[in-house]
Write a protein that binds this ligand. Sequence first.
Ligand SMILES: C[C@@](CO)(OP(=O)(O)O)[C@H](O)COP(=O)(O)OP(=O)(O)OC[C@H]1O[C@@H](n2ccc(N)nc2=O)[C@H](O)[C@@H]1O
Ligand SMILES: Nc1ncnc2c1ncn2[C@@H]1O[C@H](COP(=O)(O)OP(=O)(O)O)[C@@H](O)[C@H]1O
Length: 293
Amino acid sequence: MAAEALAPAKINLTLHVIGRRADGYHLLDSLVAFVDLGDRVGVAPGDGLSLRVKGPRAAGVPADDNNLMLRAARLLAAGAGAEVGADLGAALTLEKCLPMAAGIGGGSSDAAAALRLLSRLWGLPMPDTRALMALGADLPVCAAARPARMRGLGERLDPAPALPPVWLVLANPGMALATPAVFGALSRPENAPMPETLPDFPDAVALAAWLRAQRNDLEPAATAICPAVAQVSAALAAQSGCLLARMSGSGATCFGVFASPATAQAAVAALRAARPDWWVEAAGLWQPAGDAA
Ligand SMILES: C[C@@](CO)(OP(=O)(O)O)[C@H](O)COP(=O)(O)OP(=O)(O)OC[C@H]1O[C@@H](n2ccc(N)nc2=O)[C@H](O)[C@@H]1O
Ligand SMILES: Nc1ncnc2c1ncn2[C@@H]1O[C@H](COP(=O)(O)OP(=O)(O)O)[C@@H](O)[C@H]1O
């Protein structure tokens, strides 16, 4: 049976870099949420394994074995001792709506959505955390697809406190930022973690007030490589009703936090008018349909 799902964008509401390992990977402490905006991933029975990429942001997205969706499919089959093509087949589609290399986990979320759909189609269990990490540090959290406190390299997930109704405006200046380059430009890898216990967030104002005391430690490094990050963040912060503006992940996408959909939509309209060259969208938090665990 053919099936389709949203691959929701991942937002690092905070991203504290708290150490660096000898192999160059960094230790993180991040509050991660997902929004109801993303790519659309489809899976249908098929002979062999194929992928068709379409959609408004398809340009430049690899459709070959470099695509994380195909790598994820092979990983899933290998976990069951099967080989894609010989034993299992699927026709995958990706409608790309999120900018690529943008700090919002597009490829990782596409791969996680493909895994969820393929595990149902093929009747196989989801890969374990260690296997997911082999695809990327963002894969475990994207496979969980629910708000989480992410630690370690990305493998340690704890439930986040319940998030209040909140609307985010996402803005990207149209410049791809490679994650390794941003980590490489980080001047100080040892920074303070978030508090051991995260508070409750009764409403959007309380959430934004708490977030303001936290950080994205990659933001200065990303801004050094791509100065437009500072412009995007400042433009979001200047919008009426914006409670906080910050970069997500390794950038260059920034998000603004708003307490109502109307203020968020007004900010989108103003930003699109001022900067037609930027990608600007409003989104609410993504509510998993119960099948994303
Ligand atoms: C920074 C984050 C925050 O959520 O998001 P994005 O900006 O990619 O969305 C992630 O940790 C990215 O996860 P992901 O994009 O899957 O990373 P990977 O493919 O595993 O690694 C890409 C590169 O990022 C660096 N890296 C990644 C994770 C980590 N804990 N320490 C690192 O130093 C390494 O240089 C690595 O070679
Ligand atoms: N399905 C996919 N969508 C986007 N990029 C992908 C995908 N699969 C593999 N990639 C590769 O992953 C790199 C990082 O892209 P992406 O996951 O969008 O970054 P980020 O995690 O910073 O948002 C891209 O440069 C691209 O070459």
